[in-house]
Design a protein around this ligand. Structure first.
Ligand SMILES: *Cc1c(COP(=O)(O)O)cnc(C)c1O
Length: 347
């Protein structure tokens, strides 16, 4: 498969904006090239457009060359750019699953690109054959999220491989929750699949949703396109600094946080199991639980009244009667269980 054949002509032919910092990127010079203010160092200076220092750090951490890394303003930036790079509005289409993360369809709709979805099966696994049958010559992208939001499970490795190797477009595998799962994910196998883009984020396991940093890992040809289309300074200086600092800590908090969250996830499973109205707690590979509960909508409202906010997913396909509960701090989880007991056994 020649990936460049999948790229829209206007993008292939695009001459990208060349910023001052693209044209001269050395340090230790007198910078009079970018109309910056000479005062207020360092925030007076535009950030590195290609975030090389941060990418080198991520490269070591993930064992992926910097040339195969794109950094975005959250994963959402990569999702939007991939659609704009590969999908001709009102001509091409995207294949995905249902239920899954809502941003894929929102970005497709914004770009006026048809979004075709295939229901998961009753075990929340992907139905690979129907998915591949849904594809036609205009299907340029496929979005798969594993562990999946909101179902919280991982898909079977073999099914994901079948999808990647048989789809004649780009497969975007969103692994936002991979650190909470028992499996290693696909990053170590990236180079087996030239049409694979893997998304990671600092928003979940790393506890940095506020700085907005998403990562895409892919063949260099795809990374080159992403860099061509992105805003010149898409990752601001504060975000680059904070991310570098967090990823450079000798003892990183991430591992400890993930372990605590996994322990708390088990606590929630144990407590929820003892509540009669809880019909099902779906197996989770993520930092949240999908829970089927009697009168979900009512329970949701009663929780809100007690100032405990969960996500009502009861209207989502295959999630009838389900609430999505993020694992919080020990104290928060205790309060959730108490509030839930009050909501289901009203005194
Ligand atoms: C939370 C989440 C993300 C993270 O998005 P950011 O823009 O990086 O914060 C990505 N994908 C899925 C499925 C998510 O649930």
């Amino acid at each position: 498969m020649n990936i460049l054949n999948l790229v829209r002509d206007n993008i292939k032919n695009l001459k990208p904006y060349s910023s001052a910092r693209n044209e001269y990127s050395g340090a230790n010079a007198i910078f009079l090239d970018a109309n910056e203010n000479p005062f207020n160092y360092p925030l007076n200076r535009y950030p590195d457009p290609l975030q090389m220092e941060l990418k080198e750090k991520i490269s070591k951490l993930k064992n992926i060359p910097a040339e195969n890394i794109f950094l975005g303003n959250g994963s959402d930036e990569a999702i939007d750019l991939l659609i704009r790079i590969f999908c001709e509005p009102s001509v091409d289409n995207i294949i995905s699953i249902e239920p899954t993360y809502g941003m894929y369809k929102v970005c497709a709709d914004i770009n006026n690109v048809a979004f075709k979805k295939v229901l998961l099966d009753s075990n929340y696994q992907i139905q690979v054959d129907p998915i591949l049958k849904e594809a036609n010559k205009n299907s340029k992208l496929m979005f798969i999220c594993s562990p999946n939001n909101p179902t919280s499970n991982s898909f079977k490795k073999e099914d994901i491989i079948t999808a990647i190797t048989n789809f004649k477009g780009i497969v975007v595998l969103d692994e936002a929750y991979i650190d909470f799962s028992g499996n290693p994910g696909f990053l170590s196998r990236l180079f087996e699949f030239p049409n694979l883009v893997i998304l990671h984020t600092l928003s979940k396991a790393w506890g940095l949703a506020g700085i907005r940093l998403g990562m895409a890992f892919a063949d260099e040809k795809i990374i080159t396109m992403l860099n061509k289309v992105k805003y010149p300074y898409n990752i601001n200086r504060l975000t680059q600094e904070k991310a570098l600092e967090a990823l450079s800590r000798a003892t990183n908090c991430k591992t400890e946080w993930v372990n605590t969250i996994l322990k708390e996830r088990q606590y929630l499973i144990d407590e929820l199991s003892s509540i009669k109205e809880v019909v099902n707690i779906y197996p989770s590979d993520a930092n949240f639980l999908l829970v089927k509960i009697e009168k979900a909508k009512e329970v949701y409202e009663k929780l809100v009244a007690q100032r405990v906010i969960v996500r009502d997913r009861s209207q989502v396909a295959l999630c009838n009667g389900c609430l999505r509960i993020t694992v919080g701090l020990e104290e928060e989880n205790k309060q959730l269980i108490e509030a839930l007991k009050k909501s289901t056994y009203p005194s």
